[in-house]
Ligand binder design. Structure first.
Ligand SMILES: [Zn+2]
Length: 643
């Protein structure tokens, strides 16, 4: 409370000072307005499309002086913190003309309209068509945002012969707003058997893959409730990884596995199939034919043999977990374990791969040591770390990383970045495990911001290379990714539609982080900042604006132009050079106004920074030595020499 009052006083003083120079008659009026404004709790504004007046999600309100970026939510709403002063504000959104305001504008106006500009739409994205189904799954709508998940208790019987699931999810949640409806998701081809609340069957409406559940009365704000959601059906394989697949190992034994990233977890179990809200912890139970092992997330608790030829496997996740990380793998696995200090390492592989696995998985300990050194303690210590063999390449399932890289180095045996380094390690172990920090522990609030998973995950491969083989190898490795960058669509995709963004979020996303490291130009600060970023946001769902705000504050810099150019535009920043007789001129050619980024150049025998802006600048040079060598391996940019 004390802090609150001090903060108010600070705000009032700021307002009084600001209006001091104004005409005497106006002062009292403004003073009242100022006080009224200051004494209000945080103020909300709504950003809408000028034509349709529909809210715009993912718009960014940027307070230039405070270097603070705020993202509008699904209702187009942004909460303006009271401590922001009179700072100029820019409001921008994908495909819209940006607008500038002073903060005073919001004293009178609660709604901001942005004008859609079709010329700004990326030609590839122009061809995207999103359906009602995409929106229901991707949007954090009213019947999702009215509650906060606490716990899932998921039990599923897996009938392998019939490729059929039947089960129950007990979903515990706290209401954030009074309401008599919540949205739970289950794909439309799966059957809702019943939904039970306090011994009463609930009614529900299904639309696409959403189930809108009606309660007999309003559930009040702050109340905690549970429902038992019973379901059954045969999931249809779909998406990048099949979602859930019923296959066999090479000896003809059953092999069932799930990987539903992008498609959605609700293709095989009912839950809140989104990214913003994670349960605090989760219990998982799988009933499978005896003789097979069901391996899931978290800690193995026990197995219980039934009389009917089936065995229960109980697992417990002690941490928040995102929906697509929930996974089960059923096979005739053999298990071996190890220990890294007090962290348990468990491996589940096909018995005939045991020898290869024991050799290949020796890479786990140095990898974990490297990531712990740079990003902090393994975030799921109570649950331990697992690798589980599967017949697809792999997936970052939390504490149950699935592995299918054929026990070979590189990516499925290939030199993945083509510079002779990725053959020195197992790409899947290194990449998928990196997601334990970024992807699983820190999760994006919406897929449009999945750079937080994949840009960081890919960059962490480079971090591993640096731990094992040194800085130069890391730079070479990351630069090997340049050949995979397309620059056709922006890294940040359309929000609210469950759309998995372009692959540039991996490769260009990692090269952007490599660029930022060299902008920071102080490794101690760089590593400390990445470590603290994870520490600050672990077990949370966040947006790119949160990363930007954290970096800006940490570095006392304004990185917004860099984030904008690399993540919201397709073109790389282009450094233009013009050589004169005894000078060189340089400037940035970028889509973002006021782009300014230092770059390292080499001239004669010395290397130094230049600080180009979007206007030409010049510095003297020795006419004997014509060229300025730009460190394009440290800064991912284009260089254009203008004749
Ligand atoms: Zn990944």
């Amino acid at each position: 409370m004390k802090w609150y009052i001090i903060n108010k006083l600070h705000c009032q003083t700021a307002h009084v000072l600001r209006i001091w120079s104004l005409k005497a008659l106006v002062i009292p009026v403004l003073l009242i307005a100022g006080l009224t404004y200051c004494l209000q709790p945080d103020k909300k504004i709504t950003i809408v499309d000028s034509n349709s007046t529909k809210p715009i999600e993912g718009a960014v309100v940027y307070f230039k002086d405070d270097r603070l970026a705020l993202r509008s939510d699904v209702n187009g709403r942004v909460r303006i913190p009271e401590e922001t002063g009179t700072t100029p504000v820019t409001i921008q959104a994908k495909n819209y003309r940006s607008r500038e305001y002073t903060l005073d504008y919001f004293l009178e106006n609660k709604t901001v309209t942005l004008h859609y500009d079709s010329a700004r739409v990326n030609p590839v994205e122009k061809k995207f068509h999103f359906t009602r189904e995409d929106t229901l799954q991707g949007r954090y709508g009213a019947y999702r945002s009215n509650n906060d998940l606490l716990h899932y208790d998921l039990s599923i019987k897996i009938d392998i012969e019939k490729e059929h699931l039947s089960g129950k999810n007990t979903i515990t949640f706290t209401m954030l707003r009074e309401s008599d409806t919540i949205q739970i998701d289950l794909f439309k081809n799966m059957h809702v058997d019943s939904i039970v609340f306090n011994d009463q069957n609930l009614t529900y409406q299904r639309e696409c893959n959403a189930v809108f559940i009606d309660f007999p009365h309003n559930l009040k704000k702050d109340e905690t409730h549970s429902i038992d959601f019973y379901y059954s059906g045969s999931p249809a394989q779909r998406g990048r990884f099949g979602g859930i697949s019923f296959q066999q190992d090479s000896l003809g034994n059953p092999w069932v596995f799930t990987a539903c990233q992008g498609t959605g977890s609700s293709m095989w179990w009912p839950g809140k199939d989104q990214h913003l809200d994670e349960v605090t912890n989760m219990s998982l139970h799988f009933l499978v034919p005896s003789g097979l092992t069901a391996v899931s997330n978290g800690k193995f608790i026990e197995k219980e043999k039934q009389e009917d030829g089936y065995t229960w496997f109980h697992w417990k996740v002690h941490y928040p977990i995102n929906n697509y990380c929930v996974s089960v793998n059923v096979a005739k696995y053999t298990h071996f374990s190890d220990q890294l200090d007090d962290l348990s390492l468990d491996y589940y592989v096909l018995p005939y791969h045991l020898k290869k696995a024991k050799k290949q998985f020796r890479q786990v300990k140095p990898m974990l040591r490297c990531y712990q050194k740079h990003f902090g303690e393994y975030p799921f210590k109570k649950d331990g770390y697992k690798l589980i063999e599967v017949p697809y390449s792999g997936m970052e399932h939390q504490t149950a990383v699935t592995y299918g890289n054929l026990y070979k180095n590189g990516y499925l045996g290939r030199d993945w970045t083509g510079v002779g380094i990725s053959t020195k390690f197992d790409f899947i172990i290194i990449h998928e495990s990196a997601h334990e920090w970024f992807g699983n522990s820190v999760t994006c609030g919406d897929y449009s911001d999945a750079w937080i998973h994949e840009g960081f995950g890919t960059y962490m491969e480079g971090v591993y290379v640096e731990c094992q083989f040194g800085y130069k190898a890391a730079i070479d490795y990351l630069n090997g990714y340049k050949s995979k960058v397309r620059n056709r669509t922006p890294i940040v995709g359309p929000p609210g539609v469950n759309h998995w963004p372009t692959q540039d979020m991996y490769f260009k996303g990692a090269l952007f982080l490599n660029t930022l490291r060299h902008v920071v130009n102080d490794d101690k600060t760089w590593w400390a900042m990445l470590h603290d970023l994870h520490e600050e946001f672990k077990y949370q769902s966040i947006y790119i604006t949160d990363v930007l705000n954290f970096f800006n504050k940490y570095l006392d810099k304004d990185l917004k132009p860099l984030f904008d150019q690399y993540l919201y535009h397709t073109e790389l920043p282009e450094l233009q050079l013009k050589y004169e007789q005894d000078s060189v001129q340089y400037r940035w050619n970028t889509q973002v106004n006021n782009f300014n980024m230092p770059v390292t150049v080499q001239h004669k025998d010395s290397s130094f920074f230049i600080y180009p802006r979007t206007e030409w600048q010049s510095r003297s040079r020795n006419p004997e030595n014509k060229t300025l060598n730009v460190a394009t391996d440290l800064f991912y940019i284009d260089v254009e020499v203008i004749e």
